[in-house]
Structures are given as C-alpha cells and as structure tokens.
Write a protein that binds this ligand. Structure first.
Ligand code: TRH
Length: 398
C-alpha cells in the first residue's frame, strides 16, 4: 500500500514544471475542519488552475480524511488531486523549503524549517494566511509585513475579505457556472440525491442543511419545522446537533443513516461528504445553516438563503465580526427583511437568549433567495483569493 502510493507520488510530482515557484502550505487542525478545509481548497486550486507544485502539511490526517476520503491517515507522504500531502511531524520536516511558504491561520512554522528558509540563499515569499473577516480594518492590514526579529526574513499578512483591497474569497474558476447548471438541471440534482441515498424532494418540500455548533436554537428550529405548513427535510452531518436531535425526538441518536420524524419534519443524519459534494448539498438545498469560515463562504456561492453561525471567541470577540458581515449583507435588503434576518442570525448565534423566528423569516424567503443570487453575482466580480495570493507571492519573490 505504502509502496504503491509512493510510486504514484513520484509519478505525479515528476511532471511538475520546475520553472514555477514551489509552494508549502502548513495547517494545524485547532478543532473542527475549517483550517484544513480552507487549505485543501487552496492547495487544489493552486495545482488545478495555476499548475503549481504544492505540498500541504497537516498535523491531523484523520480530520482531513473526513472531507477528503482519498486520504490514508497512516501515510506520512501521499498525493491527492495532484497535491503532495505530508504529515506535519518532526520526522518528516527536514526538506528543502519551498519558494512560497503559507503559514495558515498563524499555525507557527517549525523552527528548523524557518532556519532552513533563512539559510537557503534564495528568496522566499512567507505569508500568514489569516481568517476571513468582513470588518473594515482588514483593508488596511492586508499585505502588511512583519520582519523576523533575528533572521533576514519577512512574513506578510494576507487577509481574505469582501472588499477589493483585501485578499478576496476562495472560489474556483467556473464554480458559479457549475452551480447554476446543477440548480437548473433536475437530472443532475436527482442523481445527487440518489448518490446520497435520499429521496428526491417532494412537491412543496423545503430542504434544509444544518451544519452548526452545539446550540439551543436547533431545538427551536426543529419545533418550528415540525409545525410548518410544508414538509421540511433537515439534513444534518454526523456529530452535529446530536443532543438537540435526541432531546427533541425523544430517542437516542446513533449516527449516520438515522431518521427522525415529527409533524412536518424529517431529520436525516448524513455522513460527512467529500468537500465538492458538500458544495453540491448547499446548492441543492433551499436553505443552508452554515458555520465557521469555509462552509460560510460556500453557502454564499450556493446563492441560496443562509444563516451563519460564527466561530465563538472569548470575550465576545466574534460579535463585531458578525455585525460587520450583516452590515454588508443587509445593505441592499429591504428594511423589513433585514429587520427579520438580523435578529434571526443573532438568535442562531445564541445572542441574548434570543429565539429564532422561522415563521417570520420564511415569509421573506423569495426576497432572500433573489438577494442571495445578487450577492453571489456581485462577489464573483472581484478577483478570487487564490489568484490574488499567487500574484502577491510572485511579487515578493522578484
Ligand atoms: O468546521 P468548522 O467549524 O471550522 C472552524 C472554522 O474554520 C473556524 O474559523 C476555525 O477557527 C475553527 O474551525 C478552528 O467550519 P468550516 O469553516 O465551515 O469548515 C468545515 C469544513 O468541512 C469546510 O471545508 C466544509 C467541510 N465539510 C465537508 O467537506 N463535508 C461535510 O459534510 C461538511 C459538513 C463539511
């Protein structure tokens, strides 16, 4: 097994173009899947659209495997989708540093690797890829340098964001066209549901994906959906809202394949999907509840109404970030819709013991749907994060 993967690795990496800069992306899994999720999308796009040679280092291949089933967590080195995947371990790190070095989310590079960069005698573009924020201060912080206190190296801060003076958002070429095709084609959607082993939606059914942190608002939502006039199917990835599901339906939760019914509501527990299939799930649902960073961005590209649960931070540091996004997202919404959407977002984030009012929100569904499409079409006009990052790093290598 190990041998065959190595042969595959040698074949894939030997075809890369040596005149282009090489890239190392370092990612630690703090908790959850967002850090590796973002890095995996970035790495794939660098290879597929920019023909770059990319190594992706991660300290948690098990989490990675959840969103990319090709990963074998026992292998220190393997290749997936043209990206060389390396387990971030002491024994594995003695390599020639790449030309471009991405330290994702301030994960802190191994000291030996940094020393090797300083000694290499070559120029390196060293970038800290930051978390996404819609806040205004990001505009003036994007691209700032941070010279190393001892070594002749400079690290730069690269901030994803919503305005043109930031690093932009991750999105693959033609992604929106693929999405539009999928959403317009009943056969593609039917095949997708069949692949997941889920019946196609009934007439008038509302299909909702729910990816959230542990949260009491889920129980309120289940109660509202159980009482809804239309059938509601809620698709929940395994391990999410488990307590709320078993408490609301009054029976134990055992995982993937579980099906719970009450009134108009059916909850189905799905396995974690491969990342591109998760995107399709967002495209296929009428409404998406998302969280963190990467699913939040993907829900925007899905152009469907969505609610975001932000990653909670100490001392409420996440509230200004939530507000900053809502200010942008609601700017072009009719006042009456914004006045319902804002408290709904806040309640789903557990603010001030608020309760999400689904019935009121659903009355604005048509407006929210149009808005989601406009929002995605407006965002896509800006340059994508990967292209901006490639240009930024190429400039630093000159
Ligand atoms: O998992 P998250 O809560 O990740 C969070 C955030 O990134 C947060 O900012 C960070 O500080 C914290 O991790 C450590 O939510 P997020 O960002 O949406 O990442 C989930 C990833 O998992 C995303 O890439 C989509 C992917 N995914 C699948 O591929 N298949 C699935 O079935 C699901 C539910 C998710």
């Amino acid at each position: 097994m190990l041998l065959s993967k190595k042969t595959h690795l040698e074949q894939e990496t030997s075809t890369s173009d040596n005149s282009r800069p090489s890239w190392d992306i370092f990612s630690t899994v703090v908790d959850n899947y967002g850090d590796i999720g973002v890095c995996w999308r970035l790495a794939r796009q660098l290879v597929a659209e920019h023909a770059l040679k990319v190594r992706l280092w991660t300290d948690d291949l098990f989490s990675f495997q959840k969103i990319n089933p090709e990963i074998d967590p026992r292998l220190p080195v393997q290749v997936s989708r043209g990206v060389e995947i390396r387990q971030w371990a002491e024994s594995n790190i003695a390599v020639e540093p790449a030309d471009v070095v991405i330290e994702a989310f301030a994960c802190e590079l191994p000291a030996a690797y940094v020393a090797a960069m300083a000694k290499s005698g070559r120029r390196h573009a060293w970038v800290n890829l930051e978390y996404l924020s819609a806040e205004r201060w990001v505009d003036s912080h994007h691209g700032l340098p941070s010279p190393h206190p001892q070594l002749p190296l400079i690290k730069y801060f690269f901030f994803p964001g919503f305005s043109p003076s930031t690093g932009g958002l991750l999105v693959e070429k033609n992604r929106l066209e693929q999405r539009a095709l999928f959403q317009a084609d009943i056969q593609l959607r039917t095949a997708f549901w069949q692949e997941l082993g889920i019946p196609v939606p009934e007439k008038n059914e509302v299909r909702i994906s729910l990816f959230c942190y542990s949260n009491n608002s889920a129980s309120t939502l289940f109660a509202a959906w159980a009482e809804a006039a239309n059938p509601v199917t809620c698709l929940v990835p395994e391990g999410v809202a488990t307590k709320q599901i078993s408490a609301f339906f009054g029976r134990p939760y055992s995982g993937v394949g579980n099906l719970f019914k009450k009134g108009s509501l059916i909850v189905r527990v799905l396995p974690f999907l491969e990342q591109d299939n998760y995107d399709k799930l967002l495209w296929a649902c009428n409404f998406n509840f998302v969280r963190g960073e990467d699913s939040f961005v993907r829900a925007q590209w899905a152009a469907r109404p969505m609610v975001w649960q932000i990653y909670p931070q100490e001392a409420g540091a996440h509230w200004p970030k939530l507000k900053a996004f809502l200010d942008r997202y609601c700017a072009d919404l009719p006042q009456s819709t914004a006045a319902v959407l804002t408290p709904f977002f806040e309640a789903c984030n557990g603010r001030d013991a608020g309760v999400p009012d689904w019935e009121s929100l659903w009355r604005h569904h048509a407006t929210l749907e149009k808005h989601a499409q406009k929002w995605a079409n407006r965002l896509i006009k800006k340059e994508d994060l990967t292209t901006k990052l490639v240009n930024f790093c190429n400039n630093k290598l000159k």
